[in-house]
Every structure is written in structure tokens, then in C-alpha cells.
Design a protein around this ligand. Structure first.
Ligand code: FNR
Length: 343
């Protein structure tokens, strides 16, 4: 039957996804010679999940500047020369019948590169990691423009959706968290000030991008004085007012593990964040984290706890996971039209 919520289409700001299954962004650390360019591995990796009927393929964290890379092998979008490879990849994803998203990212103080690194303050993430330069207003403006340029290139490459990486203790998250952002200027202080950096990125990106815009957040810092799901209900309302279409609800990564409360990890352990933000801020959400079965995914969508499910590691183990889920739910699922003559 086709009466499943998981395999029902959804239209978000003019883009229709054929089902609710998203390939969660996952760094593949596969770029050669620090050039940030798409490799043949990326094509095989992403396009095979599209052949496997994933509705939306979200590319890994893609750096908007060289000092914003998590590693020197990161995928990049800081240069016009990156567009050609990304365009070919998007074409392959489209040819296989899926939509394509890209996660625009800046690693902030978690960058492990040769360049000087930048962050809201000059505190390193942990001992042994590089000490970042506390960003000047000029560096803030430049970085906001890097995100805008990344969005312009993403549009040129033909992506359907852009996701901003505001989670896991990378630059945007560093501004949002009171545990890190102790700036005394207009970019630090209360939540509204700490949101200003993301707010200005959203505004700038929207000058060159009118398609669906997602933001991934860490809905909990796992620390008493940190951000939590309540804080993010307000932030999600502000994002909604700015025209963000979906909040992708992850958590953690803001402070080093030894300073965090112990995270209780279980199947669907972050779904409650997506549920709360969706139903209290009235914005579409994505649920992610240890969602591995069709029944589990179906329950999340059917109960209006999230609009999309992001599948990470299970899609590494099983590139055809949508087929596995469909079998479990007794749902019918398409195949690439090239396979039709086999029946
Ligand atoms: C990740 N994750 C991640 N998240 C993100 O926002 N951007 C990224 O580039 C990455 N990179 C990444 C690489 C690898 C190898 C893994 C395993 C994970 C997190 C990922 O998107 C997802 O949120 C988590 O893996 C939890 O979902 P699963 O794997 O339990 O379905």
C-alpha cells in the first residue's frame, strides 16, 4: 500500500521531495590536495543513495572558506572553481530522481587546518587544539559574505535546498552558545545578540537564494548554563520570521565531552527536540539520530513529530535503506526507470 507517511511527498517552498527520507550530511574527508573539489568517490557515494530512492541527498559539511574547514580533506565551496564538480554531482542526483541539498559550513575554533583559525573568542575548543583569533567586526562581515558567496555558488551548481550548519560546536553554534560566546559587543550577551551572526548570515544568503533554507542546530549543549530545547523554541521562531523553512534538530558538540552532562543515547534520542520545536515554534523540523528502522521513521512522521527524517550511519551501512524501510512497512517504492524492463 502507499498509505505510509514516510513515503508521502512533501513540498517545501516550491521544492517537492518524493518521500520524507533525507541522507544526513556526513563528512567524507575525501578531497585531494586540499582543493575541496568533488571526487569520483563523492559521485558514487551520493548518487548510489539517490538510486536507492532517498528523497533528499544532503551533501556533507562544505566549507565556505579555507580556514573554515574541519580538515584539509573537506569538501569546499569557497571558490568558483568548485562549481563544476558540484554541478556534475547535482546532475547525477537529479538524474536518479532525488533532490539535492548542500550543507554550508564553517568550523570556527574546531577547524584543524594550517591557516589561522577564527571564533567568537580566543578560547580553544580544548587543550592541544589551536587557539583561535577572536573575530573582529570586519572578520564577521567577511565570514557572513563567505556564506553568501557559498549560497550563490550552490545556486549556480543547481542545488534544490541549502542547509546552514549551525550545530555541533562549529562557528555559527559558537556564536549561539553562552558557554562559548562571551563577547562584549552586539554579537555577544543575550540570546538575541548571540543570534545576530546567524541572523545576518540568513539575511545575506537570502539576497542570492530564494529556495528552501534549512538550518541544523544543536538543540542542547548538555550543560546547565548552555542552550537547550526551550532556548531553541525562541530561536526557531526568529528563524521562521526570517523565512527559514526547516530546522534540522541535532544536539551536542559545543563543549568538550568531559565538560558535558552524560548524553543518553538511544533509538531516536534527539526526536523529542524536533517534536518540541515543530509543535511549539510552528516550523517544519527534521529529526535525526539513531533512526534506523522503517517503523521508527513512520511513527515520527505519522505522529507529526517531524516533517523529515535524516538518516546518517544506517545509510552508510545500507545505501538502499529506503527499500529496506518500504519492505518493513509493506509500502510500494519506485525504482530507477532503467530497471523497469527487468519486470
Ligand atoms: C556526521 N554528522 C555530521 N553532521 C553534520 O551536520 N554535518 C556533517 O558533515 C557531519 N559529518 C558526519 C560524518 C560522519 C561519518 C558521521 C557518522 C556523522 C552527523 C550526522 O549527520 C548525524 O546527525 C549523526 O550521525 C546521527 O545520525 P545517525 O547516524 O544515528 O543516523
Amino acid at each position: 500500500s502507499n498509505n505510509t507517511a514516510l513515503f508521502s511527498p512533501i513540498t517545501i517552498n516550491g521544492v517537492t521531495l518524493k518521500n520524507r527520507i533525507v541522507m544526513s550530511p556526513m563528512c567524507m574527508y575525501s578531497c585531494l590536495e586540499q582543493d575541496g573539489k568533488v571526487t569520483s568517490f563523492h559521485k558514487t557515494h551520493y548518487i548510489s543513495r539517490a538510486v536507492g530512492q532517498v528523497g533528499l541527498i544532503c551533501l556533507e559539511a562544505t566549507a565556505v572558506s579555507t580556514e573554515g574547514r574541519i580538515s584539509e580533506e573537506d569538501l569546499g565551496i569557497w571558490n568558483d572553481e568548485h562549481v563544476t564538480g558540484l554541478k556534475e554531482l547535482v546532475h547525477g542526483i537529479h538524474e536518479a530522481g532525488s533532490k539535492a541539498a548542500i550543507q554550508l559550513a564553517h568550523a570556527g575554533r574546531k577547524a584543524m587546518v594550517k591557516e589561522d583559525i577564527i571564533a567568537p573568542t580566543a578560547e580553544p575548543h580544548k587543550e592541544g587544539m589551536k587557539v583561535p583569533v577572536a573575530m573582529s567586526e570586519e572578520q564577521i562581515k567577511k565570514t557572513i559574505n563567505d556564506f553568501k558567496e557559498g549560497a550563490r555558488r550552490a545556486k549556480e551548481a543547481g542545488f534544490d535546498i541549502i542547509e546552514l550548519h549551525g550545530a555541533h560546536g562549529y562557528l555559527i553554534n559558537e556564536f549561539l552558545s553562552p558557554l562559548i560566546n562571551t563577547r562584549q559587543d552586539q554579537y555577544g550577551g543575550n540570546m538575541e545578540n548571540r543570534y545576530r551572526f546567524l541572523k545576518e548570515i540568513i539575511t545575506s544568503v537570502k539576497e542570492v537564494w530564494d529556495g528552501p533554507l534549512f538550518v541544523r542546530i544543536s538543540a542542547s549543549d548538555y550543560h546547565e548554563q548552555g542552550n537547550n530545547a526551550d532556548t531553541y523554541v525562541s530561536v526557531a521562531q526568529w528563524m521562521k520570521e526570517q523565512g527559514v523553512d526547516l530546522v534540522d534538530c541535532s544536539s551536542g558538540g559545543v563543549i568538550q565531552v568531559k565538560l558535558q552532562q552524560k548524553i543518553n543515547v538511544f533509538p531516536g534520542y534527539q526526536v523529542a527536540f524536533a517534536d518540541k520545536i515543530r509543535n511549539e515554534a510552528h516550523i517544519a523540523t527534521g529529526a535525526v539520530g539513531m533512526i534506523t528502522s522503517g517503523l521508527q521513521a513512520e511513527e515520527i512522521i505519522q505522529n507529526n513529530r517531524a516533517d523529515l527524517v535524516f538518516i546518517g550511519r544506517e545509510l552508510l551501512r545500507d545505501p538502499y535503506w529506503p527499500r529496506t524501510a518500504a519492505k518493513e512497512l509493506n509500502a510500494t517504492i519506485e525504482s530507477p526507470q532503467q530497471y523497469n524492463r527487468a519486470w
